[in-house]
Write a protein that binds this ligand. Sequence first.
Ligand code: FES
Ligand code: FES
Length: 203
Amino acid sequence: MIHNDEKELQLGNSRRSFLKRSAALTAVAVIPAAVDSAAKNRLDEKYAYQLEQIPVSMEINGVQKNLAVDPRTTLLDLLREELHMTGTKKGCDHGQCGACTVHVNGHRINSCLTLAVMQQGNKITTIEGLANGDELHPMQKAFIKCDGFQCGYCTPGQIMSAIGCVNEGHTKNEEEIREFMSGNLCRCGAYNGIANAIKEIAK
Ligand code: FES
Ligand code: FES
């Protein structure tokens, strides 16, 4: 007759050996996947270095640019890293903050979410292209007048987006303005000033 303690011991042992067997089986299943992915990474790296630069032409702030770019380069990185146009800011680099907003053919987009090679023949406008010499764009003036910024990091993206918001006609009231500006985050919380600047231009 098996005593209760012995039963538990046996159950414990069999649970332990079951877990060990499962772990071993899992390891067998995982190792080839790990090897596959390491091999794939090595292949990716090998071919990444062999990728050619792709020719692409676009107009940036009214200036024709004939460029050769790595096909993996985003429009944001092309602007900032290759062309040293650092007015367009990198916040999140994956479409969540709006700091990188520019206009492509008159429409606002997050430049971190589009590849430079996709801009063949397009007209790009960045914050650097808004002013006319020393004369600021009306939206830039409105941001200054309405205190639409504090640290200023989000401001280029806010201004580009604000112009888009007005051009799209999403300025019926403050609620609509805030809704259509909600893709642009401001850590300083300058939202009241931003909304006021847009209202000022919309009227
Ligand atoms: Fe592009 Fe944040 S940097 S959305
Ligand atoms: Fe500082 Fe917007 S003004 S993040």
